[in-house]
Design a protein around this ligand. Sequence first.
Ligand SMILES: N[C@@H](CCC(=O)N[C@@H](CS)C(=O)NCC(=O)O)C(=O)O
Length: 213
Amino acid sequence: MELYFAYPSSYSQKVLLALYEKGIEFTPKLVNFMDDAERAKYRELYPIGKIPLLIRDDGRLIPESTIIIEYLEEAFPSENGLIPKDPEAARRVRFLDRMCDQYLNDQVVNMIFESMKPEDQQNQELLLKSSELIGVIYGLLNEQLASRTFLAGDHFTMADCAAIPPLYYARSFAEFSIFENIGAYWERIQSHPAWKRVHEEAAPHIKKILGDG
Ligand SMILES: N[C@@H](CCC(=O)N[C@@H](CS)C(=O)NCC(=O)O)C(=O)O
């Protein structure tokens, strides 16, 4: 199994969290989007051009972080899996995964890319909308975490895979401050082995781009 990814990419980190949490072996295929030739070559493999992308041993392509994790859970089932067996609990995990992808991760990416532009070229409307959505999702996560160790309960799930990477990037410009349960979760998660590994591997790559560790 091969995984095309980049260490600083939050959606790649989401899948790395799942792979490390489940202890699944894979062949890493790093993609450097800063290199135009490499980007073009990658598009020949996967025309949508997004990472992460999993390639199964039979050559089948599995794109999209959530679909990859769904596949990993199906192919490598475990007792306390990343997607619970109980349908109601599984729906909750999938709901939180969607919320974190669309209304946190995508908005965090908007904020980072907009803030890299000169101020007079920044899309203020997009920045405002993204910042508002991040606030709404912080409220949702904070409420979830009031009585739970992990986002969806007592176990690490796909919801945590989806939440942790964007929270990592968001925390510098959208502080957890009043969202105390997120702050406490953030502290707890720092010693979680899968995140420790993802963070340690990604930090030098992120530093090169953002000057942050
Ligand atoms: N919905 C996709 C989002 C993937 C995504 O946006 N990946 C970013 C990196 S975090 C990417 O490939 N960006 C390159 C580009 O848009 O050209 C998923 O869940 O995998």
